[in-house]
Design a protein around this ligand. Structure first.
Ligand SMILES: NC(=O)c1ccc[n+]([C@@H]2O[C@H](COP(=O)([O-])OP(=O)(O)OC[C@H]3O[C@@H](n4cnc5c(N)ncnc54)[C@H](O)[C@@H]3O)[C@@H](O)[C@H]2O)c1
Length: 363
Protein backbone atom coordinates (compact mmCIF):
# COMPACT_ATOMS: atom_id res chain seq x y z
CA UNK A 1 0.00 0.00 0.00
CA UNK A 2 1.21 3.54 -0.77
CA UNK A 3 2.80 5.60 1.99
CA UNK A 4 0.71 8.55 3.23
CA UNK A 5 2.37 11.87 2.30
CA UNK A 6 2.07 14.18 5.30
CA UNK A 7 2.83 17.81 6.10
CA UNK A 8 3.38 18.87 9.72
CA UNK A 9 2.06 22.36 10.51
CA UNK A 10 3.51 23.90 13.69
CA UNK A 11 6.97 22.62 14.60
CA UNK A 12 7.19 23.74 18.25
CA UNK A 13 7.12 21.75 21.50
CA UNK A 14 4.67 18.92 20.83
CA UNK A 15 5.92 18.48 17.26
CA UNK A 16 8.87 16.63 18.84
CA UNK A 17 6.42 13.91 19.95
CA UNK A 18 5.02 13.85 16.39
CA UNK A 19 8.54 13.41 15.02
CA UNK A 20 9.16 10.42 17.30
CA UNK A 21 5.82 8.91 16.30
CA UNK A 22 6.23 9.42 12.54
CA UNK A 23 9.73 7.94 12.59
CA UNK A 24 8.16 4.73 13.95
CA UNK A 25 5.30 4.59 11.46
CA UNK A 26 6.46 3.17 8.11
CA UNK A 27 3.07 3.93 6.51
CA UNK A 28 3.81 7.68 6.90
CA UNK A 29 6.20 9.83 4.86
CA UNK A 30 6.84 13.37 6.08
CA UNK A 31 7.22 15.49 2.94
CA UNK A 32 6.42 18.99 4.24
CA UNK A 33 7.13 21.03 7.37
CA UNK A 34 5.65 24.40 8.14
CA UNK A 35 6.11 26.94 10.91
CA UNK A 36 5.26 30.61 10.87
CA UNK A 37 8.57 31.47 12.60
CA UNK A 38 11.25 31.81 9.91
CA UNK A 39 13.80 28.98 10.00
CA UNK A 40 11.96 26.92 12.64
CA UNK A 41 10.56 24.28 10.29
CA UNK A 42 13.91 23.87 8.53
CA UNK A 43 15.75 23.46 11.83
CA UNK A 44 13.12 20.98 13.05
CA UNK A 45 13.59 18.94 9.86
CA UNK A 46 17.34 18.88 10.39
CA UNK A 47 17.19 17.93 14.08
CA UNK A 48 14.41 15.35 13.65
CA UNK A 49 15.92 13.73 10.58
CA UNK A 50 13.25 14.74 8.03
CA UNK A 51 15.95 15.91 5.67
CA UNK A 52 13.98 15.21 2.47
CA UNK A 53 11.00 17.29 3.61
CA UNK A 54 10.48 20.77 2.15
CA UNK A 55 10.03 23.60 4.66
CA UNK A 56 7.57 26.49 4.56
CA UNK A 57 6.48 29.50 6.60
CA UNK A 58 2.95 29.63 5.20
CA UNK A 59 0.85 26.46 5.18
CA UNK A 60 -1.12 27.72 2.15
CA UNK A 61 2.10 27.78 0.10
CA UNK A 62 2.85 24.25 1.31
CA UNK A 63 -0.60 23.05 0.20
CA UNK A 64 -0.05 24.71 -3.16
CA UNK A 65 3.47 23.39 -3.81
CA UNK A 66 3.28 19.84 -2.47
CA UNK A 67 1.16 16.86 -3.42
CA UNK A 68 0.03 15.98 0.14
CA UNK A 69 -2.46 13.37 1.33
CA UNK A 70 -2.81 14.69 4.87
CA UNK A 71 -1.57 17.18 7.46
CA UNK A 72 -1.02 17.03 11.18
CA UNK A 73 -1.65 20.32 12.93
CA UNK A 74 0.32 21.16 16.07
CA UNK A 75 -0.06 24.93 16.19
CA UNK A 76 -1.37 26.83 19.25
CA UNK A 77 -5.12 26.49 19.84
CA UNK A 78 -6.20 29.65 18.01
CA UNK A 79 -4.55 28.38 14.83
CA UNK A 80 -6.35 25.01 14.75
CA UNK A 81 -9.68 25.87 13.12
CA UNK A 82 -8.71 28.05 10.15
CA UNK A 83 -5.82 25.79 9.19
CA UNK A 84 -7.88 22.61 9.57
CA UNK A 85 -10.75 24.03 7.50
CA UNK A 86 -8.43 25.19 4.70
CA UNK A 87 -6.69 21.78 4.63
CA UNK A 88 -9.97 19.85 4.61
CA UNK A 89 -11.23 22.09 1.80
CA UNK A 90 -7.99 21.25 -0.04
CA UNK A 91 -9.15 17.60 0.21
CA UNK A 92 -6.58 16.58 2.81
CA UNK A 93 -7.18 14.39 5.84
CA UNK A 94 -6.38 16.11 9.14
CA UNK A 95 -5.09 15.17 12.57
CA UNK A 96 -5.47 18.20 14.82
CA UNK A 97 -4.13 18.69 18.33
CA UNK A 98 -6.40 19.18 21.35
CA UNK A 99 -8.33 21.22 22.38
CA UNK A 100 -10.22 21.09 19.08
CA UNK A 101 -10.57 24.87 18.75
CA UNK A 102 -11.16 27.99 20.79
CA UNK A 103 -14.83 28.57 20.03
CA UNK A 104 -17.74 26.19 19.53
CA UNK A 105 -18.46 27.93 16.24
CA UNK A 106 -14.96 27.04 15.01
CA UNK A 107 -15.30 23.41 16.12
CA UNK A 108 -18.59 23.14 14.24
CA UNK A 109 -16.93 24.75 11.20
CA UNK A 110 -14.16 22.13 11.32
CA UNK A 111 -16.61 19.22 11.59
CA UNK A 112 -18.68 20.63 8.72
CA UNK A 113 -15.57 21.00 6.55
CA UNK A 114 -14.69 17.33 7.17
CA UNK A 115 -18.24 16.29 6.27
CA UNK A 116 -18.60 18.36 3.08
CA UNK A 117 -15.21 17.19 1.80
CA UNK A 118 -15.68 13.59 2.99
CA UNK A 119 -12.29 13.78 4.71
CA UNK A 120 -11.00 12.44 8.02
CA UNK A 121 -10.77 14.90 10.92
CA UNK A 122 -9.36 13.32 14.06
CA UNK A 123 -8.54 15.15 17.32
CA UNK A 124 -5.41 14.36 19.35
CA UNK A 125 -6.60 12.74 22.58
CA UNK A 126 -3.90 10.09 23.05
CA UNK A 127 -5.19 8.89 26.50
CA UNK A 128 -7.93 7.12 24.51
CA UNK A 129 -5.24 4.55 23.56
CA UNK A 130 -4.46 3.67 27.19
CA UNK A 131 -5.83 0.18 27.79
CA UNK A 132 -7.00 1.21 31.28
CA UNK A 133 -8.99 4.10 29.80
CA UNK A 134 -10.53 1.58 27.42
CA UNK A 135 -11.40 -0.66 30.38
CA UNK A 136 -13.14 2.28 32.10
CA UNK A 137 -15.22 2.90 28.99
CA UNK A 138 -16.07 -0.79 28.59
CA UNK A 139 -17.21 -1.07 32.21
CA UNK A 140 -19.33 2.11 32.05
CA UNK A 141 -20.86 0.98 28.74
CA UNK A 142 -21.45 -2.60 29.94
CA UNK A 143 -24.42 -1.64 32.12
CA UNK A 144 -22.82 -3.14 35.25
CA UNK A 145 -23.30 0.19 37.06
CA UNK A 146 -27.02 0.33 36.26
CA UNK A 147 -28.31 3.79 35.33
CA UNK A 148 -25.58 6.38 35.72
CA UNK A 149 -26.85 9.58 37.31
CA UNK A 150 -23.74 11.45 38.54
CA UNK A 151 -20.14 11.71 37.35
CA UNK A 152 -17.22 13.66 38.77
CA UNK A 153 -14.11 14.33 36.77
CA UNK A 154 -11.28 16.79 36.57
CA UNK A 155 -7.73 17.07 37.69
CA UNK A 156 -5.27 19.28 39.36
CA UNK A 157 -1.60 19.94 39.18
CA UNK A 158 -0.01 21.36 42.30
CA UNK A 159 2.20 23.81 40.40
CA UNK A 160 1.91 22.96 36.69
CA UNK A 161 1.36 26.26 34.92
CA UNK A 162 2.91 26.05 31.47
CA UNK A 163 4.53 29.11 29.97
CA UNK A 164 5.01 30.12 26.33
CA UNK A 165 1.98 30.12 24.04
CA UNK A 166 -0.21 28.37 26.66
CA UNK A 167 -0.78 31.48 28.81
CA UNK A 168 -1.33 34.02 26.02
CA UNK A 169 -4.96 34.69 25.17
CA UNK A 170 -4.19 35.46 21.54
CA UNK A 171 -2.43 32.10 21.07
CA UNK A 172 -4.04 29.66 23.51
CA UNK A 173 -7.46 31.32 23.69
CA UNK A 174 -7.99 29.93 27.20
CA UNK A 175 -6.11 28.21 30.03
CA UNK A 176 -6.44 25.13 32.25
CA UNK A 177 -10.15 24.57 31.53
CA UNK A 178 -9.42 23.69 27.91
CA UNK A 179 -5.74 22.70 28.05
CA UNK A 180 -6.00 19.82 30.53
CA UNK A 181 -9.76 20.04 31.20
CA UNK A 182 -10.51 18.74 27.70
CA UNK A 183 -8.83 15.43 28.66
CA UNK A 184 -10.93 14.99 31.82
CA UNK A 185 -14.06 15.84 29.87
CA UNK A 186 -13.13 13.39 27.14
CA UNK A 187 -12.50 10.66 29.71
CA UNK A 188 -15.96 11.07 31.26
CA UNK A 189 -17.95 11.87 28.13
CA UNK A 190 -16.33 9.14 26.03
CA UNK A 191 -17.04 6.55 28.74
CA UNK A 192 -20.68 7.71 28.77
CA UNK A 193 -20.93 7.57 24.95
CA UNK A 194 -20.75 11.36 24.51
CA UNK A 195 -24.26 12.33 25.63
CA UNK A 196 -25.48 15.75 24.53
CA UNK A 197 -24.57 18.53 27.01
CA UNK A 198 -27.60 20.67 27.91
CA UNK A 199 -26.54 23.42 30.35
CA UNK A 200 -23.73 24.49 32.62
CA UNK A 201 -23.01 26.75 35.55
CA UNK A 202 -19.34 27.48 36.10
CA UNK A 203 -16.68 29.59 37.77
CA UNK A 204 -13.05 30.29 36.87
CA UNK A 205 -10.12 32.16 38.40
CA UNK A 206 -6.49 33.12 37.81
CA UNK A 207 -5.10 33.59 41.35
CA UNK A 208 -1.90 31.59 40.82
CA UNK A 209 -1.04 32.61 37.29
CA UNK A 210 -1.13 36.31 38.05
CA UNK A 211 0.59 36.08 41.43
CA UNK A 212 4.27 36.99 41.87
CA UNK A 213 4.51 34.72 44.96
CA UNK A 214 5.05 31.47 43.05
CA UNK A 215 8.05 30.29 41.07
CA UNK A 216 7.55 28.57 37.76
CA UNK A 217 8.23 28.62 34.07
CA UNK A 218 5.81 31.49 33.43
CA UNK A 219 5.97 35.23 33.99
CA UNK A 220 2.86 36.50 35.89
CA UNK A 221 2.95 39.67 33.78
CA UNK A 222 2.26 37.53 30.68
CA UNK A 223 -0.53 35.49 32.25
CA UNK A 224 -3.79 36.21 30.41
CA UNK A 225 -5.93 33.07 30.89
CA UNK A 226 -7.60 31.13 33.74
CA UNK A 227 -5.71 28.61 35.90
CA UNK A 228 -8.76 27.12 37.63
CA UNK A 229 -12.29 26.21 36.65
CA UNK A 230 -15.21 24.31 38.08
CA UNK A 231 -18.60 23.49 36.59
CA UNK A 232 -21.90 21.71 37.11
CA UNK A 233 -22.98 20.33 33.74
CA UNK A 234 -26.35 18.79 32.89
CA UNK A 235 -26.20 16.04 30.26
CA UNK A 236 -29.03 14.38 28.38
CA UNK A 237 -30.39 11.30 30.13
CA UNK A 238 -30.64 13.08 33.50
CA UNK A 239 -26.90 12.77 34.18
CA UNK A 240 -25.00 15.46 36.09
CA UNK A 241 -21.29 15.91 35.42
CA UNK A 242 -19.32 17.80 38.02
CA UNK A 243 -15.96 19.09 36.78
CA UNK A 244 -12.98 20.81 38.34
CA UNK A 245 -9.56 21.55 36.90
CA UNK A 246 -6.51 23.40 38.12
CA UNK A 247 -3.06 24.20 36.74
CA UNK A 248 -1.94 25.18 40.25
CA UNK A 249 -3.33 24.84 43.78
CA UNK A 250 -2.47 24.25 47.44
CA UNK A 251 -3.44 20.58 47.31
CA UNK A 252 -1.87 17.33 46.15
CA UNK A 253 -4.79 16.07 44.08
CA UNK A 254 -8.32 16.93 42.93
CA UNK A 255 -9.23 13.33 43.69
CA UNK A 256 -10.79 10.57 41.68
CA UNK A 257 -12.95 10.47 38.62
CA UNK A 258 -16.04 8.47 39.47
CA UNK A 259 -19.31 7.33 37.94
CA UNK A 260 -22.29 6.75 40.29
CA UNK A 261 -24.91 4.32 39.05
CA UNK A 262 -27.99 2.67 40.48
CA UNK A 263 -26.23 -0.73 40.70
CA UNK A 264 -22.64 0.30 41.37
CA UNK A 265 -19.98 2.97 41.13
CA UNK A 266 -16.70 3.07 39.25
CA UNK A 267 -13.81 4.96 40.81
CA UNK A 268 -10.54 5.80 39.02
CA UNK A 269 -7.48 7.46 40.50
CA UNK A 270 -4.83 9.18 38.38
CA UNK A 271 -1.41 7.52 38.34
CA UNK A 272 0.43 10.51 39.78
CA UNK A 273 -0.04 13.68 41.76
CA UNK A 274 2.18 16.67 42.42
CA UNK A 275 3.47 19.57 40.40
CA UNK A 276 2.69 18.20 36.92
CA UNK A 277 0.66 15.05 37.67
CA UNK A 278 -2.97 14.71 38.62
CA UNK A 279 -4.65 15.40 35.29
CA UNK A 280 -6.04 12.77 32.95
CA UNK A 281 -3.45 13.50 30.28
CA UNK A 282 -1.36 10.73 31.80
CA UNK A 283 -2.18 7.24 32.91
CA UNK A 284 -4.63 5.57 35.28
CA UNK A 285 -3.43 4.60 38.80
CA UNK A 286 -6.29 2.38 39.94
CA UNK A 287 -9.82 1.37 38.99
CA UNK A 288 -12.37 -0.14 41.35
CA UNK A 289 -16.04 -0.97 41.29
CA UNK A 290 -18.16 -0.46 44.42
CA UNK A 291 -21.22 -2.72 44.51
CA UNK A 292 -23.28 -4.96 46.77
CA UNK A 293 -22.58 -8.69 46.62
CA UNK A 294 -25.36 -10.79 48.18
CA UNK A 295 -26.07 -7.84 50.50
CA UNK A 296 -22.41 -7.20 51.31
CA UNK A 297 -20.93 -3.82 50.41
CA UNK A 298 -17.97 -4.73 48.26
CA UNK A 299 -15.10 -3.03 46.46
CA UNK A 300 -13.66 -4.97 43.52
CA UNK A 301 -10.29 -3.89 42.16
CA UNK A 302 -9.94 -4.03 38.39
CA UNK A 303 -6.39 -5.02 37.43
CA UNK A 304 -4.34 -2.20 35.92
CA UNK A 305 -2.75 -3.06 32.59
CA UNK A 306 0.88 -2.16 32.01
CA UNK A 307 1.34 0.70 29.58
CA UNK A 308 2.18 -0.64 26.16
CA UNK A 309 3.49 1.31 23.20
CA UNK A 310 3.73 5.09 23.62
CA UNK A 311 0.16 6.47 23.52
CA UNK A 312 1.09 9.37 21.29
CA UNK A 313 2.53 6.99 18.69
CA UNK A 314 -0.59 4.82 18.87
CA UNK A 315 -2.78 7.89 18.29
CA UNK A 316 -0.78 8.98 15.25
CA UNK A 317 -0.59 5.44 13.84
CA UNK A 318 -4.36 4.92 14.12
CA UNK A 319 -4.95 8.12 12.15
CA UNK A 320 -2.30 7.32 9.50
CA UNK A 321 -3.82 3.87 8.99
CA UNK A 322 -7.31 5.36 8.68
CA UNK A 323 -5.98 7.74 6.01
CA UNK A 324 -4.19 4.93 4.19
CA UNK A 325 -7.17 2.59 4.17
CA UNK A 326 -9.92 5.20 3.80
CA UNK A 327 -11.25 4.32 7.25
CA UNK A 328 -13.15 6.58 9.61
CA UNK A 329 -11.64 9.11 12.02
CA UNK A 330 -10.33 7.32 15.13
CA UNK A 331 -11.36 10.29 17.34
CA UNK A 332 -13.97 12.05 15.19
CA UNK A 333 -14.11 15.83 15.14
CA UNK A 334 -17.89 15.57 14.95
CA UNK A 335 -17.91 13.88 18.37
CA UNK A 336 -15.36 16.23 19.94
CA UNK A 337 -17.59 19.18 19.05
CA UNK A 338 -19.53 18.16 22.21
CA UNK A 339 -16.35 18.43 24.30
CA UNK A 340 -15.79 21.90 22.85
CA UNK A 341 -19.43 22.82 23.50
CA UNK A 342 -18.97 22.06 27.20
CA UNK A 343 -15.79 24.15 27.36
CA UNK A 344 -17.56 26.96 25.53
CA UNK A 345 -20.47 26.76 28.00
CA UNK A 346 -18.10 26.75 31.00
CA UNK A 347 -16.37 29.90 29.79
CA UNK A 348 -19.64 31.68 28.95
CA UNK A 349 -21.10 30.81 32.34
CA UNK A 350 -17.94 31.78 34.25
CA UNK A 351 -17.91 35.08 32.38
CA UNK A 352 -21.59 35.88 32.94
CA UNK A 353 -21.87 34.43 36.46
CA UNK A 354 -25.02 32.44 35.68
CA UNK A 355 -26.18 29.14 34.23
CA UNK A 356 -26.11 29.01 30.43
CA UNK A 357 -27.71 26.57 28.04
CA UNK A 358 -25.70 24.68 25.45
CA UNK A 359 -26.96 24.22 21.95
CA UNK A 360 -24.91 22.67 19.19
CA UNK A 361 -25.68 23.59 15.58
CA UNK A 362 -26.43 20.77 13.13
CA UNK A 363 -23.28 19.45 11.44
N1 LIG B 1 -1.52 15.92 22.94
C1 LIG B 1 -0.60 16.38 23.78
O1 LIG B 1 -0.07 15.66 24.60
C2 LIG B 1 -0.20 17.82 23.73
C3 LIG B 1 0.86 18.28 24.51
C4 LIG B 1 1.25 19.60 24.40
C5 LIG B 1 0.57 20.46 23.55
N2 LIG B 1 -0.49 20.00 22.84
C6 LIG B 1 -1.24 20.89 21.94
O2 LIG B 1 -0.44 21.14 20.79
C7 LIG B 1 -0.60 22.48 20.34
C8 LIG B 1 0.77 23.15 20.24
O3 LIG B 1 1.40 23.11 21.50
P1 LIG B 1 2.99 23.31 21.63
O4 LIG B 1 3.34 23.02 23.03
O5 LIG B 1 3.70 22.56 20.55
O6 LIG B 1 3.08 24.88 21.35
P2 LIG B 1 4.35 25.68 20.81
O7 LIG B 1 4.02 27.12 21.01
O8 LIG B 1 5.61 25.12 21.42
O9 LIG B 1 4.42 25.32 19.25
C9 LIG B 1 3.48 25.76 18.31
C10 LIG B 1 4.20 26.09 17.01
O10 LIG B 1 3.24 26.47 16.04
C11 LIG B 1 3.79 27.57 15.28
N3 LIG B 1 2.69 28.31 14.65
C12 LIG B 1 1.85 29.23 15.21
N4 LIG B 1 0.96 29.67 14.30
C13 LIG B 1 1.27 29.03 13.13
C14 LIG B 1 0.72 29.07 11.82
N5 LIG B 1 -0.33 29.87 11.52
N6 LIG B 1 1.28 28.29 10.86
C15 LIG B 1 2.34 27.49 11.15
N7 LIG B 1 2.91 27.42 12.38
C16 LIG B 1 2.37 28.17 13.35
C17 LIG B 1 4.56 28.36 16.32
O11 LIG B 1 5.51 29.23 15.72
C18 LIG B 1 5.20 27.24 17.14
O12 LIG B 1 6.45 26.86 16.63
C19 LIG B 1 -1.57 23.15 21.32
O13 LIG B 1 -2.85 23.13 20.78
C20 LIG B 1 -1.52 22.26 22.55
O14 LIG B 1 -2.72 22.23 23.29
C21 LIG B 1 -0.87 18.70 22.89
Amino acid sequence: MKQVKIGIIGTGGIARAYARAYREIPEAKIVGLCDIVPGRAKEYGRVQGFTDAKDFEDYRVMLDKLDLDAVSISTPNVAHAFIAIDCLDAKLDVLCEKPMSVTLEDAVGMAKAAKRNKKILSIGFQPRYDSNMQTIRELVQSGVLGDIYYVETGGGRRRGIPGGSFIKKEEAGFGAIADIGCYSLDMALNALGYPKPLSVTAQSSDYFGRSTKYRGSWDPKDFEVEDFGTAFIRLEGGIVLYFKISWAMHLDSMGSTFFLGTDGALKCRPASTGNWGGAWDGSVGSISIFHDLEGHQTESAIPIQPSGENLFTQKVRAWVQAVQTGGSAPIPGEQIVRNQAVIDGILRSAHSGREVSISIPEI
